[in-house]
Design a protein around this ligand. Structure first.
Ligand SMILES: C[S@@+](CC[C@H](N)C(=O)[O-])C[C@H]1O[C@@H](n2cnc3c(N)ncnc32)[C@H](O)[C@@H]1O
Length: 170
């Protein structure tokens, strides 16, 4: 097991529930007016954003490095009758990436306590955006004290326009 996977498994395993269960506010603000399509949630944790997207008509691929978090998310999704709208996949995004093209690629606080090459990961995320789709990256303004790899809220991705952490694919 990689150091990153072990760290996140320990983190989720140490608590019955880690996150609030509420959707991230910037995601909700941006996506509410959009027509639903295919969404990719990177570092989905316990699945609050993925379930909110599914409830708003999106077909979601939700990815995390922690199987514990994904199992929790999948159980909640099943309880909310959303299982057929969310494909939960376990990836260490530094090693593998889900296939497909997405109208929305969302990375909400995709930070880690273990160093990771975020620039490379976000370039890969931008490549997964379908024509006309968007990449939404929301971060802490500076690296949180518990994490490494947080940075600017605006990803620097070549050949795309950026504004406030949103990258639009044209
Ligand atoms: C700070 S949490 C954010 C969770 C969720 N997006 C939210 O906003 O509540 C970061 C998440 O990224 C996941 N993560 C960290 N490194 C990862 C990696 N290399 N590949 C996939 N997921 C990763 C962690 O397991 C964790 O669930």
């Amino acid at each position: 097991m990689s150091e990153a996977r072990q760290a996140w498994e320990e983190h989720y395993g140490a608590h019955e529930r880690v996150w609030s269960g509420r959707v991230n506010i910037r995601l909700a603000e941006l996506v509410e007016p959009m027509a639903p399509g295919r969404a990719l949630d990177l570092g989905c944790g316990e699945g609050a954003d993925a379930m909110w997207l599914a409830e708003h008509g999106w077909q979601v691929t939700a990815v995390d490095i922690s199987q514990t978090a994904l199992d929790r998310a999948a159980a909640d999704a099943a309880a909310r009758n959303l299982a057929d709208r969310i494909d939960f996949q376990c990836h260490d995004l530094a090693q593998s990436f889900p296939s497909g093209a997405f109208d929305l690629v969302s990375a909400q606080f995709l930070h880690s306590t273990v160093p990771m090459d975020r620039a490379r990961l976000l370039r890969r995320a931008a490549d997964a955006v379908a024509p006309g789709g968007i990449l939404l990256v929301v971060d802490h303004g500076a690296a949180p004290p518990w994490g490494i790899g947080a940075g600017s809220s605006t990803p620097r991705v070549p050949d795309r326009t950026t504004s406030g952490g949103i990258v639009e694919s044209r």
